[in-house]
Design a protein around this ligand. Structure first.
Ligand code: KG4
Ligand code: ZN
Length: 343
């Protein structure tokens, strides 16, 4: 703790297309959370081009750092630790944040705390309320879709994950076919609310006795429907297409999560990741929890913190820091970093 009895963590996030630097007090208070997004630049490519992402991070990281310290009204000597996302993500992008964090740690003699990006997403929920253990997290983002068991603070075990596309990836691919700019999740969500589930797309792996997901069959069914309509020159209702796609994603996510909660009794369910911003999913999960698991509380990451940001990395770093986790200056980016599977 520093002189004022506050624990201040400076956190860096640069795993994909957001450069972000935050200052977090005691793991649950955001003093600053500066986010420089590259979406407008990456949009013209229809996705994230890794080399372009790295270049943007290099341009932005020192600006974000200065801004984050200024907004938080703190100086380097007030800090207790420096935290950074070291994986999973794009290697060149991760390296920018890792190098910046190592530099600050070395120059100011501060402990360095390595953070898994997915642990960060889970801990975004910390800003909506306290996490109660044991907990289960439904993590839905652009690169990952997984169910994670949290036995205690700083412990993460995968119990199921997607076998192919992540939910957000499916949104973005379907968006491309609909002519919606990357990232398409939010627009499809809005469009879905104006339509109905008339196409009845498949719900994959619902009957399998595991906690894995699959979204590539749904994506193919969607694309085939669009191509067929194109060939016979039939005009399909875009809102109904969006509503049907979204309903299929939500049904699978909710059903698998309810199934997991039957096998893993927990105190809390956490919803986090970029796709956790989906209004249909937030509502459907809330309804299902009330109906099937009324004693388990549902903690949803705040809407503004579902996407990538450094505040969530600072919150996850707080528990790692308390648990004594440290990295030295040999810390490297680990693009395919994963939680362990439950034994
Ligand atoms: O977690 P995130 O910001 O980045 C990764 O770590 O992957 O997630 C980004 C993903 C994108 O695929 C985007 O389309 C999706 O989250 N997304 C949504 C919504 N808002 C963002 N998907 C569905 N509904 C939304 N409202
Ligand atoms: Zn993310």
């Amino acid at each position: 703790m520093n002189k004022t009895n506050r624990e201040l963590i400076l956190a860096f996030e640069s795993s994909c297309d957001e450069t972000s630097v935050a200052v977090i007090e005691n793991g649950n208070k955001i003093l600053s959370n500066v986010i420089a997004t590259q979406i407008n630049s990456q949009r013209r490519f229809g996705g994230v081009v890794p080399e372009v992402a790295s270049r943007h991070h290099i341009e932005q990281v020192t600006i974000c750092l200065a801004d984050a310290l200024e907004r938080a009204k703190v100086d380097y000597q007030d800090l207790n630790a420096v935290a950074v996302t070291y994986g999973p993500g794009l290697v060149g992008a991760l390296l920018v944040g890792v190098t910046a964090a190592k530099t600050v740690a070395f120059a100011h003699d501060l402990p360095l705390v390595p953070v898994n990006h997915m642990a960060g997403h889970i801990y975004a929920a910390r800003f909506a309320g306290e996490i109660k253990f044991p907990a289960l997290a439904l993590l839905v983002s652009g690169g990952h879709t997984e169910l994670v068991y949290l036995k205690e603070p700083n412990s993460y075990q995968i119990i199921g994950e997607t076998r192919d596309d992540a939910a957000g990836e499916a949104y973005d691919k379907v968006g491309r076919v609909l002519g919606i700019d990357y990232p398409a999740g939010r627009k499809i969500d809005e469009l879905a609310h104006q339509g109905h589930d008339t196409f009845k797309f498949p719900r994959a792996m619902l009957k399998d006795d595991n906690f894995d997901f699959s979204f590539s069959g749904l994506k193919s069914a969607f694309i085939n429907t669009m191509h067929h309509a194109d060939q016979v020159q039939q005009q399909l209702n875009q809102a109904d297409l969006a509503a049907s796609f979204q309903q299929s994603v939500i049904d699978v996510l909710v059903a698998k999560t309810m199934h997991a909660l039957r096998q893993y009794p927990v105190k809390q369910l956490i919803l986090a990741g970029g796709v956790a911003a989906n209004t249909g999913l937030r509502t459907a999960l809330g309804d299902a929890m009330e109906k099937y698991h009324p004693t388990v509380t549902l903690l949803k990451a705040p809407l503004s913190l579902c996407g990538d940001n450094a505040a969530m990395i600072g919150a996850a770093a707080h528990v790692a820091f308390q648990a004594g986790e440290r990295a030295d200056l040999t810390l490297n980016a680990d693009p395919s970093l994963e939680f362990d599977w439950i034994k």
